[in-house]
Design a protein around this ligand. Structure first.
Ligand code: FES
Ligand code: FES
Length: 157
């Protein structure tokens, strides 16, 4: 493999070692090398948010980060957060509020929304919309998505 580098990182709590092309993006690495296809690829240039994952506790665009940049780090995807139950309240709320149609944007929306939920702050709908402004939905529209997130934020006591 041309310009390949060895990387070691933790993905959803599991230690992973791979030899990767230096220019492979993190989201491609997750999808193609590890089979974690929950993170989607939409625009591939940092606009739509479909590829949102968490790296060392911060949400990032998986299409704007190289896999080699995550070397030594801790990556969490929608699969990992689903499995740990961290997304359970949001997933339930999205379901109840019909906050998805095709579901393409949903993993990124959930990752971005959970970033708010874990800050345990009360936010207005406008503030929720601002936080989600980097996540595009082409079918449901944002009303139900904001409803779902607002319900979880307001239910946090
Ligand atoms: S695919 Fe990464 S932001 Fe659109
Ligand atoms: S539910 Fe289809 S893009 Fe958002």
């Amino acid at each position: 493999m041309e310009h390949a580098l060895d990387i070691a990182l933790t993905v959803n709590g599991t230690q992973v070692r791979r030899r990767v092309a230096a220019r492979q993006h993190l989201v491609d690495f997750l999808r193609e090398e590890l089979g974690l296809t929950g993170s989607h690829l939409g625009c591939e240039h940092g606009v739509c948010g479909a590829c949102t994952v968490r790296v060392n506790g911060e949400i990032v665009r998986g299409c704007l980060m190289l896999a080699v940049q995550a070397n030594g780090g801790r990556v969490e995807t929608v699969e990992g957060l689903s499995e740990s139950g961290e997304l359970a309240a949001l997933q339930k709320s999205f379901h109840e509020k019909n906050a998805l149609q095709c579901g393409f944007c949903t993993p990124g929306m959930l990752m971005a929304a959970q970033d708010l939920v874990r800050q345990k702050v009360r936010l207005s709908r406008e503030q929720i919309r601002t936080h989600l402004s980097g996540n595009y939905c082409r079918c449901t529209g944002y009303q139900a998505i904001v409803d779902a997130i607002e319900e979880v934020l307001n239910g946090q006591g």
